[in-house]
Ligand binder design. Sequence first.
Ligand SMILES: [Zn+2]
Length: 179
Amino acid sequence: MSEQISSTTAFPANLNGVFDRVRQSPTIGEIFESEELSRSLVEAARWPQGPECPSCKSVGAACKLTTRPGLWTCKACRRCQYSATSGTPLHGTRVTIAAWLVLFHAFEVRKQRLSVSQVSHKLNVSYLTAKSMLQRLDQLKTEMPEMADRLRSQLIDLSGRREGVMPAMARMGSVVTGA
Ligand SMILES: [Zn+2]
């Protein structure tokens, strides 16, 4: 295997770093515009304890590959490469993770009930792709409810902070900027 493994990007330090940036981000729109930040949200929702090898189930043995964004390898079994969407209904499409988050946010946070045509227009994807995305979104909620719940919580948290409607955070004394 000729993949380059970066030893400085081992989980979870790297993800936490990205998360700090997410928390400082002034608008949720900026997260949706960044594939890197969007991916970090999905990684945290999929693996709250850090990346888990789909082959040997090791946690804490993940190394980030430098060859492709979002790709991990396993130091324990040294066999597999995987991403946060591997084994999920979100895998195997050409849609960006940011586009998935926009769709998830619209349906699960804002409770919008968009038609296939509206999704197609909103995400600038074909009608068939939009239809497939809606089916996969339902699949995700059915097959991986915990991941969907965590993703929903993260987005609600981020959206709320944006709009200054996070009473729980205010009570905890968290810093909420006036932006
Ligand atoms: Zn493994």
